[in-house]
Every structure is written in structure tokens, then in C-alpha cells.
Design a protein around this ligand. Structure first.
Ligand SMILES: C[S@@+](CC[C@H](N)C(=O)[O-])C[C@H]1O[C@@H](n2cnc3c(N)ncnc32)[C@H](O)[C@@H]1O
Length: 264
């Protein structure tokens, strides 16, 4: 691993791994967003796929099962997350899945000379790389011509969240993502992370961004549990559908989360 920063990130997620899956299965918003991420990946054919930051392995295992002919590789910085994913791979006897511990900087050491026609990152691992520019260039290098990278990021300009935090009288939280270092989602457990604008992300690579969309523009972010409970389900679904309609417009760039699809 490259430096002390990654030790901190790994330790944070080792602790987070304890009840990560339990929390996830209670959160219908996260489940919706993941389905949408997966739909985006599965519109393309792929034979060799790499996931960075697979967590307990939800998507890595999913794609290893839905694409038994494909080779599925994964890297995660947290040894505990690697253990959880490996457990699932072993239990499912998935010979097409291979996971290792590390960050983007370790790809060549862990999987030497492998090139991919699909690379994806779901829920945040690229917000915790020490050098986004270098990480993106490395991903671009190992992507095969014609391949896609579907990369998702915690977004810098989440306007809805800023307004909610201001109404709650928490200006520090409202503008937290605009600082050079954002402390992550937890108010009690600091994780040094960085949030980027669309322009910053696109400037890191030479390949074209063929699609981008925002999530939780009007639909409340996944962590606004009280707001989700307060809203009637019809209203929540209305906001979710409305978001889908505006996700690819300029308004989409003000969502809580962003997906970028780069093609080489
Ligand atoms: C918020 S979790 C998301 C996990 C999984 N992708 C999911 O959708 O459930 C972020 C994951 O990325 C991993 N991660 C964070 N920074 C990373 C990095 N620089 N390189 C590799 N993995 C990283 C963490 O260990 C954690 O498992």
C-alpha cells in the first residue's frame, strides 16, 4: 500500500465492515441507487471487469454470478472487506472472481499485465484516493480500447443537502464538502475524503465521458433517515422519478451522488 493515508482508510473501513451489510439492507434508498448503478454497467458486454472498493462484495459477487464467462477482479483497501468478499466467493465456489487488498496504485502489483473492458467503482472509493489525477490515469491505462469505466463519486455540490443543513442551523455541515478535505458521512468518525466537481473529474483523463448523471437531487440523500420516514411513499417515489428525469441535465450535477461513464 502506498502510504499512511491508506492505512487510515483501511482501518476506518475495517471497523465499518462490522455491520456494513446489516445497515445496507435496512436502507431502501441505497438499494435503489445500487440497482441503478448496476443497470448502467450491465448495458455493456464485458469479459474482464475490475471493481475498486468492493466492500463486502455485493456487486463483485453479483457480476461474477450474472456473468459466469467473465473474469471478475477486485481491489479493496480494507483487509476486513476483502475477507468478507472472499468468504462469499468461497461459499459460492466462484472460480471467475479474484480479490486482493490494495488501492488503485497497487493494481499492477496485484494483477500484473491484466487489462479490462469494464472498470467500475460504486459508492465512494475514489473519494479516498491520495491522488485522484494519478488514480484516474492508472485506470485509463488499464482500460482496453472500447472499454468503459463507470465511476461514481460523492458529489461536491449537493445543493439540497446544503439547504437542509442550513435549515437545521448547521452551516458547518452545509458547506463541509466544499472544503479541501471533507470528513466523510459520519459526524463522530472522521474519514479524510475529497469531493470533486464534474469538471475536476473529467480533467483527469483524456478519454471521453459519454454519460453522466446525478442521484438524490430532490430525492433525499440516503442518510436523511428522518426525512425519508416523514415523507409518504408516494411522494418519495415521485421525487425519485423526477430525479431520473433531470439527472442528466445541469440540475443533475447538484445531486448528492454522481455517476460518470468514460469510454476509451
Ligand atoms: C462506502 S464503501 C462501498 C463498498 C461497496 N462498493 C458498496 O457499494 O457497497 C467504500 C469501499 O471502498 C474501499 N476503499 C476506500 N478507499 C479505497 C481506495 N483508495 N482503494 C481501494 N478501496 C478503497 C473501502 O474499504 C470500502 O470497502
Amino acid at each position: 500500500m502506498s502510504d499512511r493515508y491508506y492505512e487510515e482508510v483501511g482501518t476506518y473501513y475495517d471497523k465499518d465492515a462490522v455491520d456494513f451489510e446489516k445497515r445496507y439492507w435496512k436502507n431502501d434508498s441505497l438499494q435503489r441507487i445500487r440497482q441503478s448503478f448496476r443497470e448502467h454497467v450491465r448495458q455493456y458486454e464485458f469479459k474482464r471487469v475490475l471493481e475498486i472498493g468492493f466492500g463486502p462484495g455485493f456487486d463483485l459477487v453479483h457480476f461474477a454470478q450474472t456473468h459466469p464467462q467473465a473474469e471478475v477482479y477486485g481491489l479493496d483497501i480494507s483487509p476486513e472487506m476483502v475477507r468478507l468478499a472472499q468468504e462469499k466467493i468461497d461459499a459460492g465456489k466462484m472460480s471467475n472472481a479474484k480479490v486482493a487488498c490494495g488501492s488503485v496504485e497497487d493494481i499492477e502489483d496485484q494483477f500484473p499485465e491484466v487489462k479490462y473492458d469494464m472498470i467500475y467503482v460504486f459508492f465512494g472509493a475514489l473519494n479516498t484516493v491520495s491522488d485522484l489525477d494519478a488514480a484516474m490515469k492508472e485506470l485509463e491505462r488499464i482500460l482496453l480500447p472500447g472499454g468503459h469505466m463507470v465511476l461514481t463519486f460523492v458529489n461536491k455540490w449537493y445543493i439540497g443537502g446544503m439547504l437542509i443543513e442550513l435549515l437545521k442551523g448547521k452551516p458547518k455541515w452545509a458547506f463541509a464538502r466544499l472544503r479541501k478535505v471533507w470528513g466523510g458521512y459520519s459526524p463522530t468518525n472522521f474519514l479524510a475524503s475529497r469531493c470533486y466537481t464534474s469538471a475536476q473529474i473529467k480533467a483527469t483523463v483524456d478519454i471521453q465521458c459519454v454519460d453522466q448523471r446525478g442521484y438524490s437531487i430532490l430525492f433525499p440523500a440516503w442518510y436523511y433517515h428522518k426525512i425519508h420516514r416523514m415523507l409518504p411513499n408516494k411522494v418519495r417515489m415521485f421525487l425519485w422519478r423526477l430525479d431520473a428525469r433531470i439527472a442528466r441535465t445541469t440540475l443533475g450535477t447538484f445531486g448528492e451522488y454522481m455517476l460518470y461513464d468514460f469510454r476509451k
